[in-house]
Design a protein around this ligand. Structure first.
Ligand code: SF4
Length: 329
């Protein structure tokens, strides 16, 4: 029996929900632990923000909404203005504001006026160092911070932020604590006090356990796994393998060419020494993607058109399960 914090002691339980299997496992674990769904909130950070589809899967937001609806849990969207593209093209400019949905049905905007100017003009680097792999911090971690810091409803309350990192994924993730104060915690501050803990419920889980939880709940995995990707979120994650790039070039050629064109414009590749074309040349497209035009079509669609819960006995492990090489360390 794994130990866990007293989940009933929190006023709010926020799940950082990417639509990937590990964040889904977090949600399912909380429900299996008996947490009232009315006390859970899913928070999805849109990687491409309000900009065009550039890195993310066009269907991800709709998939997240379908999951939230299936379990009767509210979903709040948030993003960095301009998304990945604007952050990547930042030249002597502050990081853009964060836009988020609040609990009253409104949309709010915070930040974006820092005097600290910065320049990117390159893709995030393939490293565990979040200052150089800026996408994870600028588009996800800092966005959740802003969502909490800019809502009065969290002041004077106990909030638990749950994320889906697992130790098995990488040495850097194995070093994360399963439970610690969250970055937005101010319990010992002089003003604007809020207690915010950070809990990683599946930190000690093997991938097998994650898929087993999805099978128990008959939750249909994101289409990325069904096409052969082993990780979600971004379709064109900077950590994508050679096979992944070969697949993107074959079934999402327009996306591939946009990335290749940006690499050429920056004069700086995503991989330290190879262009995405070099990588694609070394890879083999995932058979599941080649053979599933209907799933490719779902991946391109901003609506989720597939069932979200499988019928009894029909849940299948997707081809991307237990694969390697399409996500961050
Ligand atoms: S999935 Fe990859 S590219 Fe997308 S935000 Fe995460 S590390 Fe960056």
């Amino acid at each position: 029996m794994r130990s866990r914090p007293d989940l009933n002691s929190y006023d709010f339980i926020l799940v950082a929900f990417s639509g990937g299997k590990d964040s889904a496992a977090v949600l399912l674990d909380l429900l299996e632990a008996g947490v009232d769904p009315r006390r859970i909130e899913l928070h999805h950070h849109l990687v491409d923000g309000d900009g065009p589809s550039f890195m993310d899967w066009p269907c991800t937001a709709a998939y997240c909404q379908a999951v939230a609806s299936a379990f009767g849990i509210p979903l709040f969207m948030s993003y960095r203005e301009g998304g990945f593209l604007r952050e990547m093209h930042r030249r002597q400019a502050p990081t853009a504001a964060v836009v988020f949905e609040d609990a009253d049905g409104g949309v709010r905007r915070a930040g974006g006026c820092s005097k600290k100017l910065g320049t990117r003009l390159r893709f995030p680097q393939r490293t565990a160092d979040l200052s150089r792999r800026y996408c994870s911090s600028a588009l996800k971690i800092d966005v959740m911070d802003a969502v909490i810091r800019n809502q009065e409803r969290f002041l004077g309350c106990r909030t638990l932020v749950c994320t889906g990192e697992r130790a098995e994924e990488s040495p850097s993730r194995s070093a994360y604590a399963a439970f610690e104060p969250h970055r937005s915690d101010t319990r010992d501050g002089a003003r604007r006090r809020r207690l915010v803990d950070h809990y990683r419920p599946v930190h000690g889980w093997a991938e097998q356990e994650v898929w087993a939880a999805m099978r128990r709940h008959r939750l249909v995995p994101h289409v990325a796994y069904q096409l052969g990707w082993s990780r979600v979120s971004c379709m064109t994650c900077v950590f994508l393998s050679a096979d992944g790039w070969a697949t993107v070039r074959t079934v999402f050629p327009e996306r591939f060419h946009i990335i290749a064109e940006r690499e050429a414009a920056f004069g700086c590749t995503i991989h330290r020494t190879l262009t995405v074309s070099d990588l694609a040349d070394r890879g083999t497209p995932y058979p599941a993607a080649i053979n599933s035009p209907q799933l490719v079509s779902q991946a391109r669609d901003a609506q989720w058109r597939l069932p979200i819960l499988a019928t009894h006995g029909s849940w299948c492990l997707p081809p991307g399960a237990f694969g390697r090489g399409s996500g961050p360390p």
